[in-house]
Design a protein around this ligand. Structure first.
Ligand SMILES: Cc1cc2nc3c(=O)[nH]c(=O)nc-3n(C[C@H](O)[C@H](O)[C@H](O)COP(=O)(O)OP(=O)(O)OC[C@H]3O[C@@H](n4cnc5c(N)ncnc54)[C@H](O)[C@@H]3O)c2cc1C
Length: 509
């Protein structure tokens, strides 16, 4: 059984393979051809849609995960398609190199992130596929195609954002940059201020993004900029890591545990505060614990609720920002109007003061996404940011029954020439909306989803390929001027549709 990270989509492949060589993949494709089966290649399985699902043959590329070549002069790295970016980041760092931009998580494969057009933020930076300067594809016929700007240029423009439908991506060559540190500053603001001064914010910070808390004016602005200062991970942060590492090693599901932890933090005007908690273990691996376990934890939390004054720690990140929030969101499934108060309360509690952090780039780009969630993330022309967000805000105000979890994450990306890139030929604003699934429970979201999609379409939006959307071929033909070119490359490379699945049939038929 295959399930994506959020456990929102899954499938039962007839056969599951983890090949270790190109020859083995060829054999799998031969077998698929003989038996008239389809094939889906999966990377980290993080896509919050059914794009990586199949009931036929699934190939997981986790064992084809080597760094093949580091060209220090050109600052380029060639890797096998299955390498996780978390491993690549560390390898690059050993050579004094880094990727110029990354998404929120690195437990994703090189071929997987480019396959769906993963992006971060920064108006001078393109989506992740813009960092690709070459790749090789094993096509349905068993041929290997090398492609770059100068070799098989058309296939290259298609394969940089390939949707998993052109063949098996064997290798990817990334253009890197010298390793760098980032200085992150997070501070509170209002939606009006940010939207009225959007250009200033975009100029002021290389990797600017902001989080809007729906049902309110509250915004958290996040600036990230290269710095010469070395990493300043303080003892507090190190302490938190040690605690959470130990916790992750010792926790056994449903085992009653006694865990004493100390939170050394700058709380109460800089005093060190210690808490001692004896409670059934909330599971650490990102799985939800149940409402009763959480309630016990919360009793202890109530002793200590004061907004943080500097960098985060386990208490605020997990006990409050995860377990308490999940519990309250679960309660709100019975009383939906609570959501607007939860959004405001958590902004006040966790996001209302300025926080600074410096670290190596990938540790700042990546952040922990704790909640299983449903997401939509459309890219609209950047000049429509204000109108679109204000329309979404008005829609929520005018429809009190429609609730929206926080945050709406707003990010920016430079225009590119990649045929199926949501940023094709236009600077773009990505507007990511979420609805969490507290304790795995689905929260009604249809109304919010349709309203958001309607607004995105009205402003010329294009959906993120990995995330939820209801678009079909007709929509994509209108959205993407180069859609016919992509289709003709796909028809040529995969005439029998070996690499299609249900998701892709909606895109191409
Ligand atoms: C917690 C979380 C945080 C996220 N943060 C961001 C973010 O900040 N920005 C953003 O844009 N997106 C984000 N995403 C979405 C994520 O980046 C994309 O879904 C990405 O494609 C996941 O990579 P993966 O390796 O898991 O790919 P998968 O989901 O495994 O596969 C994605 C596509 O690539 C294809 N594929 C994978 N490997 C190969 C191969 N070797 N050859 C051919 N096809 C292949 C698959 O068939 C599929 O079509 C996030 C998702 C999660 C769950």
């Amino acid at each position: 059984m295959f399930q994506n990270w959020a456990k929102t989509y899954g499938s039962s492949p007839e056969l599951f393979f983890q090949p270790t060589s190109v020859e083995e993949i060829r054999e799998i494709l031969d077998m698929a051809r003989q038996r008239n089966k389809r094939v889906k290649v999966v990377g980290g399985g993080h896509s919050p849609s059914d794009i990586a699902c199949t009931d036929d043959f699934m190939i997981q590329m986790g064992k084809m995960n080597k760094v093949l070549k580091v060209d220090k002069e050109k600052q380029q790295v060639t890797v096998e398609g299955g390498i996780f970016l978390s491993d690549l980041n560390v390898e690059l760092s050993k050579h004094g190199l880094a990727l110029a931009n990354l998404g929120a998580v690195s437990e994703v494969a090189a071929a997987g992130v480019i396959g769906t057009g993963t992006h971060n933020t920064g108006i001078k930076h393109g989506i992740l596929p813009t960092q690709v300067v070459g790749l090789s594809l094993l096509t349905a016929s068993g041929d290997i195609l090398e492609c770059s700007e100068s070799i098989n240029a058309d296939i290259f423009q298609a394969a940089r954002l390939h949707l998993g439908c052109l063949g098996v991506v064997l290798t990817v060559t990334f253009q890197c940059v010298p390793q760098f540190h980032l200085h992150e500053v997070t501070f509170p603001s209002t939606l009006t201020e940010v939207l009225n001064h959007l250009d200033d914010h975009l100029k002021r910070s290389q990797y600017f993004r902001f989080l809007w808390f729906p049902h309110s004016e509250n915004v958290t602005v996040i600036y990230q900029d290269p710095t010469n200062k070395a990493g300043t991970t303080g003892p507090q942060e190190e302490g938190r890591r040690a605690i959470t590492k130990a916790a992750s090693q010792s926790l056994v599901p449903s085992q009653v545990w006694i865990w004493t932890f100390f939170i050394m933090g700058e709380r109460c005007g800089g005093l060190c505060v210690r808490f001692s908690i004896h409670t059934p273990a909330p599971k650490w691996d990102g799985e939800s614990c149940n409402p009763c376990q959480t309630l016990m934890t919360i009793i202890f939390l109530c002793l200590a609720l004061q907004p943080p004054s500097s960098s985060a720690n386990w208490f605020w990140d997990y006990a409050v920002g995860y377990y308490l929030l999940e519990f309250l969101l679960w309660i709100s499934t019975f009383v939906p109007t609570l959501v607007r108060w939860i959004n405001r309360f958590f902004f006040w509690l966790l996001f209302s003061s300025r926080v600074e952090n410096i670290n190596i780039s990938y540790k700042i780009f990546n952040y922990e996404c704790r909640f299983k969630q449903h997401v939509q993330d459309w890219a609209i022309p950047i000049e429509k940011t204000k109108e679109a967000l204000l329309e979404l805000k008005a829609a929520l105000e005018n429809n009190p029954k429609m609730v929206a979890h926080y945050p709406v994450e707003v990010r920016f990306a430079r225009a590119d020439e990649i045929w199926l890139s949501p940023c094709f030929q236009r600077d773009s604003c990505y507007m990511n909306i979420i609805m969490y699934r507290p304790y795995g429970k689905n929260v009604p979201r249809l109304n919010y989803w349709l309203t958001y999609e309607g607004i995105m379409k009205k402003y010329g939006g294009r959906p993120h390929w990995a995330k939820a959307h209801s678009c079909t071929r007709k929509d994509f033909e209108k959205m993407y001027p180069a859609f016919p070119k992509f289709c003709s490359v796909r028809d040529k490379l995969d005439p029998t549709g070996m690499f299609l699945n249900t998701y892709l049939e909606k895109v191409f038929y």
